[in-house]
Design a protein around this ligand. Structure first.
Ligand code: BGC
Length: 763
């Protein structure tokens, strides 16, 4: 070490240690402020801007940290954190550079897209939402936090809470579906699951609610596209999950790529400051999405300097990848376009996050090579992932009770998704280790054991067109078979003929959904449909497993195939979970959290629609001058909340404890649910409300409660929902959250289509 380098390091250490108030783990505001004041007093402008800079991992992913560009940046105090670096050794080295080599020794924050698990991968978020099991979802986030933190990660870019009503958008896979009430409930438990008991322990990590806001409403379902909607719709239909994340104490928020009211979210002051911080009292920090500031040039807002100043002024604190804050804010300051107070506010928020994470007290709090060995992909975590995966599958059809299958006989497993390991975890599984996961064939084979034979033929590629297939099998997920589609099909048909039953694993590949994976045609690709047709023509019973990251158009399949189980992407343990359900060890219980359309032409389609002035009388028929289509009913193929079981449930004794209520009252809505079939199973009971007359038009129904119950054959339970005045509220034209006097209809049932109702009058 050169003498002057040594001297600098020594000074850095002394300075770091001199910040005595920072060594405490206490979370009192006074101590935190004292700590941050003492650090900020020493910071140069460059060092302040460094804290606002979140560069990509870049060359560190493959190279040695100290020799990487990012290593140099950190040593110069020009990075506040790093993201998507996997492995505790690499992270430790980066933290060492920050603490020992940068002048002030400020620790880094390490982020990652831990979206639905780490090495133990849970089902994709859309699937998780179909479990409606908030306790299990909380546990999934807790486990994800434990595993990620065991590998040095202290900040996850999750939960993704964007409401989406357009299944062309590939990122529907990453969210909780179309409904704000359910979405808010899930946002809340995910934040709680990640952050645990307030970030005190070393397995509790900071959540980042994203993408703020409205990213799921991109026009035409095309990723990154324009969003334009009324503020009333934002507040009533899209904002609840973000607000729930803030209310749950999320430490950070990420802005979205899209425009909100014509201004990119990242630089939208109304959104970031007035709504998020002002109305919702969010006190964490706001990071941009990947290079969002740089993209403002394309949006026609201005160059990097203009965009960066505008983003900071809007209340955005940290710049992911664009180098806009670190590269241009000094000049903007000099030119008087921003002031030092704005920079200081952002720096303070970033430092507060580090303080709350306990990084000043111990920069290595999350760095423990032993934990990486013992706490990741454990038996216990895998068991939980397998169990929750079984809850996420949605049984769409089961004609003649083909399912569950018997563990025996000759079973043919076919289809492009039947024998691919890499496609099991689903999109955004950054830390996944596919080599460790089973394929569908392996899961089925292990379940059947010596009792029967399980044979496999691929049957078709994903798409006949190799270019389309290449687009959805990126990141090492290739699975192309060079044989012709005819040859593949012939082989599978011959196999099917020699077997008793066919399991067809079909649908989308992992990267058919997720970021930049929009589709205009969301039905099964032709070559897979031809395979299905040929399999059906053998006369053998066919069970279709639909792999999917969105709502698909399955009108043809639903008419032709006797049994369809929507398995989404079930995570690292999906293969065993699929076997659990296919063979009836567990009865399916998932219910759709998105509406399944009959055709792309019905999109956007969602259950909580407003009425028109000309509603149809008969959905099955075209009626001139009424609101409908010449060539299609308005109703979807499968409604929101729908899903079958291996048993049957009856609903009876629906009652309200009162039919009038005034402010402060609670009315109880109840229903008796009986398991009328022969298997024990879970049922998800749903409560919907309609505000029949209001100062603005209100939806025909909105989810306002749900319960997941377990019933043995013959058993019944009375499910009660408290209907409070709060549940009757909405945002009016002035954006006030109000319950307006008048009639409300209260509805309960097994899905959004099959409901019994009664009315309440609010006085
Ligand atoms: C995505 C975010 C993600 C970020 C960092 C972006 O492209 O939109 O959801 O958190 O990358 O990986």
């Amino acid at each position: 070490m050169k003498p002057h380098t040594f001297l600098l390091s020594a000074i850095a250490l002394i300075l770091a240690l001199s910040a005595v108030s920072c060594s405490k783990t206490s979370q009192s505001d006074a101590e935190m402020n004292a700590c941050i004041d003492s650090i900020m007093a020493k910071m140069t402008l460059d060092e302040k801007l460094g804290q606002l800079n979140l560069p990509a991992a870049g060359d560190i992913v493959t190279g040695k940290a100290s020799q990487s560009n990012i290593g140099r940046l950190i040593a110069e105090g020009k990075a506040g954190g790093v993201f998507n670096v996997k492995g505790v050794e690499k992270i430790k080295e980066l933290q060492r550079i920050a603490v020992e080599e940068s002048r002030l020794g400020i620790p880094l924050i390490f982020g990652m897209d831990v979206i639905h698990g780490y090495e133990t991968v849970f089902p994709i978020p859309l699937a998780l939402s179909c479990s409606w099991d908030t306790a299990a979802i909380r546990r999934s986030a807790r486990i994800a936090a434990t595993e990620a933190s065991a590998c040095g990660i202290c900040w996850t870019f999750s939960p993704m809470v964007d409401i989406c009503r357009d299944p062309r958008w590939g990122r529907m896979a990453e969210g909780s579906g179309e409904d704000p009430f359910l979405g808010a409930a899930i946002a809340r438990v995910m934040v709680e699951g990640y952050q645990g008991d307030g970030l005190k322990k070393n397995d509790e990590i900071m959540a980042c609610v994203k993408h703020f806001a409205l990213y799921g409403a991109a026009e035409a379902g095309r990723d990154y596209n324009t969003v334009d909607m009324s503020r009333q719709r934002m507040f009533n239909d899209y904002f609840a999950p973000y607000k729930a994340g803030a209310d749950a104490g999320a430490g950070s928020f990420m802005t979205s790529f899209n425009l909100v009211d014509g201004i990119p979210a990242t630089a939208n002051r109304w959104l970031v400051t007035d709504v998020l911080r002002g109305m919702w009292n969010f006190d964490g920090f706001v990071v941009t999405d990947y290079a969002s500031i740089a993209e403002m040039r394309q949006h026609g807002i201005g160059d990097l300097k203009v965009s960066s100043a505008m983003a900071l002024a809007a209340g955005t604190d940290m710049d992911m990848v664009a180098d806009g804050f670190s590269g241009t804010l000094a000049q903007s300051l000099e030119e008087g376009n921003i002031d030092m107070g704005q920079i200081d506010t952002a720096v303070r928020r970033v430092l507060e996050a580090k303080y709350k994470l306990g990084l000043f007290a111990d920069p290595y709090k999350y760095i423990d090579a032993k934990r990486e060995q013992t706490e990741v992909y454990t038996e216990a975590n895998r068991t939980e992932a397998r169990r929750i995966a079984t809850e996420t599958f949605v049984l769409l059809k089961n004609e003649g009770n083909i399912l569950p299958l018997r563990k025996g006989g000759r079973i043919a497993v076919v289809g492009p998704l039947a024998d691919t390991r890499a496609n099991m975890p689903g999109t955004w599984s950054v830390a996944a280790v596919p080599e460790k996961y089973k394929t569908v064939v392996e899961g089925i084979r292990d379940a059947v054991g010596p009792r029967g034979t399980v044979t496999y033929a691929k049957g078709s590629n994903l798409y006949a067109d190799p270019a389309l297939e290449a687009a959805v099998t990126v990141f090492g997920r290739q699975m192309r078979d060079p044989r012709s589609e005819e040859a593949l099909r012939a082989e599978a048909v011959a196999l099917a003929r020699s077997c008793d039953v066919v399991i067809a694993a079909m649908g989308e590949a992992s990267e058919s959904s997720g970021e930049a994976a929009s589709r205009t045609d969301i039905s099964l690709p032709d070559t897979q449909k031809k395979l299905l047709e040929a399999l059906l023509a053998t006369g053998k019973p066919v069970v279709m497993l639909n792999f999917s990251g969105r709502a698909n158009v399955m009108t043809w399949e639903s008419a032709q195939v006797p049994a369809i189980l929507n398995v989404w992407f079930g995570g690292s343990e999906a293969a065993d979970a699929i076997a659990d359900v296919v063979f009836g060890d567990v009865s399916p219980s998932g219910k759709l959290t998105i509406t399944m359309p009959r055709s792309v032409g019905q999109i956007p389609i969602y259950y909580s629609q407003l009425n028109t002035g000309r509603p149809k009388n008969n959905d099955a028929q075209f009626e001139k001058y009424l609101s409908g289509y010449i060539d299609s009913p308005n109703s979807p193929l499968y409604p929101f909340g729908y899903g079958l079981s291996y048993t049957t449930f009856s609903y009876s004794d629906f009652a309200l404890s009162a039919h009038d209520m005034k402010s402060g009252d609670t009315v109880t809505a109840s229903v008796r649910v009986t398991n009328t079939g022969s298997r024990e199973a879970d049922e998800i009971v749903q409560l919907y409300i309609r505000d029949i007359e209001a100062s603005t038009s209100r939806p025909l129904k909105e989810l306002k409660g749900f319960r997941r119950i377990h019933l043995k054959p013959g058993e019944n339970a009375t499910v009660e929902f408290p209907v409070t005045v709060d549940l009757l509220k909405h945002y009016n034209y002035e954006l006030e959250y109000v319950a307006e006097p008048g009639e409300f209809s209260i509805m309960i049932g097994p899905d959004s289509r099959t409901l019994r109702s009664a009315t309440i009058t609010l006085h």
